[in-house]
Design a protein around this ligand. Structure first.
Ligand code: SF4
Length: 330
């Protein structure tokens, strides 16, 4: 019998979602909600750790994120979808867990220094930025999550969360399960120029991308850089475009493309045209649902309100037990 896990995960509302988000995160969430008890939250307090100087932007992206999630297939009937900052218990648990988290654990966090170096334009010498793994632990432990979908790079954060859970259980008695990682196997989709897909590099296709823009972007996409002319044989394994086709047509191996490419009988333009077609087919239902939701802001708000109410009920119940174990029961 398959174990039903309690799953919690979130995303920061910092901009429109692109294909990298869909194939790297959302697709997995959509599958998980079929068989597990899932909560997915809009991590607007987390966004503040780097965007604290312009919080208005964060607020404006909250409904956008919800629309992208639901249009992509997250089902508010199956998953609890909520906004982190609407549930004050997250802040309370963050405070309590902060009391027991040794500073050295946070300073050792490998991504702390990396992100600080990456985002040099922002002053991240803040208490909030150093402590964001504690807030993340509060988000996860609040719902007694047993499994968290993560990429390889987030494993240290989850280990830190388990250490915090262990420390709480040691001091106050067993309460929190130690959440295990569900390693997301999905391939990382490269950006159109071969670098990591990111809105800031201008190399992404967003879920709401205007289709004519999308076509232009694909036509100027990087393929196999060793293939200068049609008569040069190419290699799909060295091609930036080929993984897109594989993701958009799962299960297909494209033998005719592999053969035509390696024997220099197929031009890259043919692949680009095929990709435009596949991309239109993929984006069309998502965009139709997006447009429907965008035209109905009351529905969007009500999805968020209902999910937040469900999450709040669970958070309030658990928080009362967490307080009581520490001698702060009311
Ligand atoms: S023919 Fe297709 S697979 Fe080969 S390099 Fe060009 S785009 Fe890539």
């Amino acid at each position: 019998m398959t174990t039903v896990h309690r799953i919690v995960s979130g995303m920061r509302p910092t901009g429109p979602l692109h294909l990298g988000h869909y194939f790297g995160v959302l697709q997995n969430w959509i599958q998980l909600q079929q068989t597990h008890k899932c909560s997915f939250f809009i991590a607007d307090w987390h966004a503040l750790t780097s965007e604290y100087a312009s919080p208005q932007k964060i607020a404006s992206f909250v409904p956008e994120l919800l629309i992208d999630w639901v249009a992509s297939g997250l089902d508010p009937q199956k998953s609890v979808i909520f906004r982190q900052s609407e549930i004050m218990e997250h802040a309370e648990l963050n405070l309590l867990l902060g009391m027991i988290t040794p500073l050295g654990w946070l300073e050792r966090n490998p991504t702390y220094k990396e992100i600080k170096q990456e985002l040099v334009a922002k002053d991240l010498n803040t208490y909030g930025f150093l402590g964001y793994p504690v807030l993340m632990s509060a988000d996860i432990l609040m719902y007694k999550a047993t499994m968290v979908p993560v990429g390889q790079d987030q494993l240290p954060h989850l280990e830190l969360c388990r250490e915090i859970a262990r420390r709480y259980n040691y001091f106050y008695g067993q309460y929190f399960p130690e959440p295990q990682a569900q390693l997301t196997e999905t391939a990382k989709l490269p950006g159109l120029d071969g670098r990591k897909m990111s809105k800031s590099y201008g190399n992404a296709i967003s879920l709401g991308e205007d289709l004519s823009q999308m076509g232009k972007k694909i036509m100027s996409m990087l393929t196999d850089t060793d293939r200068k002319r049609l008569k040069d044989p190419g290699d799909p394994a060295n091609c930036n475009l080929f993984p897109y086709l594989q993701l958009l047509a799962p299960g297909q191996d494209f033998p005719e493309i592999r053969e035509g490419c390696t024997q220099a009988t197929r031009g890259c333009m043919e692949c680009k045209k095929l990709l435009v077609k596949k991309m239109e087919e993929f984006l069309a239902p998502i965009q139709a649902k997006r447009n429907e939701l965008k035209a109905n802001p009351d529905l969007v708000q009500s999805i968020l309100d209902q999910g937040t109410a469900r999450a709040r009920e669970e958070a309030q119940h658990n928080m009362q037990e967490i307080r009581e174990k520490m001698g702060f029961g009311r």
